[in-house]
Design a protein around this ligand. Structure first.
Ligand SMILES: [Zn+2]
Length: 205
């Protein structure tokens, strides 16, 4: 995106204009599983995107931007600290272009790294196709998805969650926790309300 002609002060933490800073909604949480967010470049400038808030909230999480990642760099991100990466992604039965993923390893959350693709559904598929290392990962599918609070973005399906909500749910699932991420989700409600205030036409929908 082009920079505006007049310089606006930018928050060094969330990288947004100070007037649109989202740092008030950072709810620090220590996850047992490591968290790696692979963000599609088209999401970087998206004000409604929740991945950076997620990254800022989950201690030690990594956020890397790209569509097709350099294989060596991706392997290093996936396996940092000797953890076993698992990909949050639904099953793709019948897709002959993708190999069947290996089963989920019987490991505790402390040994795992949750890998998220922060992208639209179409772009997340493209990221999967473009990065064979991601195709080889065991896949975690969400159970009992709660209705999303994510009102600010048209979802392809009613159960589709924001990246932040999906991460909170997946981490809770891996860790057997049902309360650790509530503060994060509560703070996210504030983020959603802030973004909705900037786009009033969506409130009337
Ligand atoms: Zn900020």
């Amino acid at each position: 995106m082009n920079q505006p002609a007049t310089k606006r002060p930018v928050c060094a933490t969330c990288l947004r204009a100070r007037s649109a800073c989202i740092c008030a909604w950072i709810a620090p949480v220590q996850a047992q599983a490591a968290l790696l967010i692979l963000q599609h470049p088209l999401e970087v400038g998206n004000a409604k995107n929740s991945a950076r808030l997620l990254h800022l909230s989950v201690t030690g999480s990594e956020l890397a931007v790209g569509e097709s990642f350099e294989p060596g760099a991706l392997e290093a991100l996936l396996h940092a600290g000797g953890r076993t990466p698992v990909l949050l992604y639904p099953d793709t039965p019948g897709d002959a272009n993708l190999p069947a993923p290996p089963p989920m390893p019987p490991l505790p959350a402390q040994a795992l790294r949750l890998v998220l693709l922060d992208a639209t559904w179409r772009k997340s598929r493209k990221m999967l196709y473009l990065n064979p290392a991601l195709q080889r990962l065991p896949r975690l599918a969400l159970m009992d998805a709660a209705p999303s609070n994510y009102r600010i973005r048209k979802a392809h399906a009613a159960h589709q969650l924001s990246t932040l909500e999906a991460a909170a749910q997946a981490l809770g699932q891996l860790e057997g926790e049902d309360g650790r991420y509530q503060a994060l989700l509560d703070a996210f409600d504030g983020f959603v309300a802030q973004q909705a205030a900037y786009t009033p036409h969506l409130n009337s929908a």
